[in-house]
Design a protein around this ligand. Structure first.
Ligand code: NI
Length: 176
């Protein structure tokens, strides 16, 4: 297990489509352990394998109860392999996002409010959940990484994209 370097926007692997996982083996377990260590070391709410340089369809996310974010419901620690998203309804809502691959920045991003996600856990067992709000947002953000998309590409109005410290007081705070 190790804290790995997080790739930053501009590095080519972040723009590539990641490959499906075909084997739930020790190598996958080791990748997930490194992702856990890296996400926690950076206090992130989620991480996708390409962010540590591995082009596989694996994401992790977790949001613990945090008094700094009283309006955000906790999200259980989840490993999601080969995810498939199905939006439920057309309703989208905008929220401020950050990303460990775009350090120091925040942007206002529209996401589907409710969705169903399916995939496998670290051992290959099926996951099938229907979620909304921040939980739905973090899944959409992480799965975008697997398709080579970073959140700034989703910002509708670039006036709502900038440095976190410069934006202070203008946005509803959202964790990475
Ligand atoms: Ni990200």
């Amino acid at each position: 297990m190790a804290v790995r370097r997080v790739l930053r926007m501009g590095e080519p692997l972040l723009r590539e489509v990641a490959a499906p996982v075909t084997r739930f083996d020790a190598e996958l377990a080791s990748l997930i352990a490194d992702m856990d260590d890296t996400m926690r070391a950076q206090s992130g709410a989620g991480l996708a394998a390409p962010q540590i340089g591995v082009g596989l369809r694996v994401v992790i996310f977790e949001l613990k109860e945090n008094p700094r974010y009283p309006h955000v419901s906790p999200v259980p620690y989840t490993v999601l392999v080969n995810p498939q998203l199905t939006p439920l309804g057309a309703e989208q809502e905008e929220g401020w996002e950050g990303c460990l691959s775009v350090p120091g920045m925040r942007g206002l991003v529209p996401r589907y409010r409710r969705l169903r996600y399916q995939g496998s856990d670290a051992a290959g067992a099926p996951i099938d959940r229907t979620v909304e709000g921040f939980h739905a947002r973090v899944v959409q953000h992480e799965v975008d990484h697997l398709d080579g998309i970073l959140y700034p590409q989703r910002v509708r109005d670039l006036r709502n994209f900038g440095f976190e410290d410069a934006l202070a007081g203008q946005m509803t705070p959202m964790p990475d």
